[in-house]
Design a protein around this ligand. Sequence first.
Ligand code: BES
Ligand code: MN
Ligand code: ZN
Length: 515
Amino acid sequence: MNVDFSIKTIDKKSNLSNIKAACIVAGVYENKKLTPEAEALNTQGAISAVIKSGDLTGKVGSTLVLRNVAGVVAERIVLVGLGKAPTVETQNIINNVTFTKVAQSTAQCLATLSAADALITLPLYAENYHAAIRSLVLAMRATAYRCDELKSKPEVVSTGVSKAIFAALNKDLVNAKASLTQGIALANGIALTKRLADLPANICTPTYLANAAKKISTEFKATSVKLSIEILDRKQCQALKMGSFLSVTNGSDEPPKFIVLKHLGGKSKEAPIVLVGKGITFDSGGISLKPGLGMDEMKYDMGGAASVLGTMRAIAELKLKLNVIAVIPSCENMPNGRATKPGDIVTSMSGQTIEVLNTDAEGRLILCDALTYAERFKPAAVVDIATLTGACITSLGHHNSGLFTRHDSVHDQLADQLLAAGVDTGDTAWRMPLGDAYHEQLKSNFADVANIGGPAGGSITAACFLERFTKKYTWAHLDIAGTAWKSGASKGATGRPVALLTTFLINRAEATYKS
Ligand code: BES
Ligand code: MN
Ligand code: ZN
């Protein structure tokens, strides 16, 4: 369900008590202090009494709903705990991690009510706008998200308010609006990413992904942004000698697609950022077949591709002044009589020969040709995004994406920009090492390189494999196997790392613009 977001200007003297709304959301700190907005609600002591009673602690994530409060026109007041009150020294900035939690608990609380609209007065002081409005928009849209289009009768469940209004002081209006625009574009991108990853592999095929990319290019045609698309089929990939990519498609009846989507929002001579997304629409493992338990989840093995498309949608909506090119190799990894076998040797587009010791290490086989293809754009930087290894989940769990780059000053800078974008949005990554010692593990007796490096340091040797194809530009690799998907009761896609990537690109555009 979509939420209609808007901004309402208030001033310090506004009497929030007279505002008609199904609910007003206000914040309370841990030390029992009210926010100025909550103070502006003249509840004739009702809020103070609740705090005094101990029913609301002000702890981050706590919520309490008050109804029929004397002197307040709104039907409900939703009190939300904000944790420790920021001090004068911290300039009233509430940190992003805290605000992400506040936003999530607010969205979840609103979803338990049957309120149609909410006026949100959480502390949106100047320095907080950026994070606050964006986190609230993302949290409310995430709570409202469902992938139920394939249920014959979608369940009717409350997903929160359909209209959310953010209260902003007049002096902050410009910032608030910018932040809202960004939040909505990001939420739209994330929703697209989640839907693509949630759709089953019999619907979301390489052809479906190619059409989804086409849809983005036509949807934003009318705007000032130049979006163009090219979809290479098997023949065109053969002509380019993408022997590694094509070897993965051998066992599948679904035609492969190699998707190139360009967003040229920057100057014509400006070197682009290239995003390369792994688009395996189903990973059975191939002849090195995976065990049956949980194999259904391998429909999200195109999570990298989905996050690249979600990011492209977000920056297109924002008309971002930056040149960004998405490159998505997409196919299925299936076993049949023509499938690639363990021990087969294939020749990549770069000319390097690869001994395929395990057909389940297929992500790197499709990415290496895409990384070679990316050379033609003379990129400022290439970032590949892939659900690449189970080993990355072992190392970092489901909290951080794995970030890999070479260890020199140029790459350290790129790594820092990506890490910072992750911290800013709560979509965090953690840097992992690369190095010659790991490259040793990829030695083959029969070809230039093997496609696996043994069980030790599996996410690192996978990244080292990719590194061999990225010598001509600045490059980073994000392993999102642990972060793109949730298993268990809330099984489904998370939309990560769209927030990280989009924020990284927004920051790059701002830096380019200034210099
Ligand atoms: N798509 C998988 C990685 C993966 C595993 C993603 C679990 C999400 C959850 C990848 O293609 C794969 O199968 N990797 C193998 C590599 C191994 C054969 C060296 C793995 O991680 O087991
Ligand atoms: Mn695999
Ligand atoms: Zn895979």
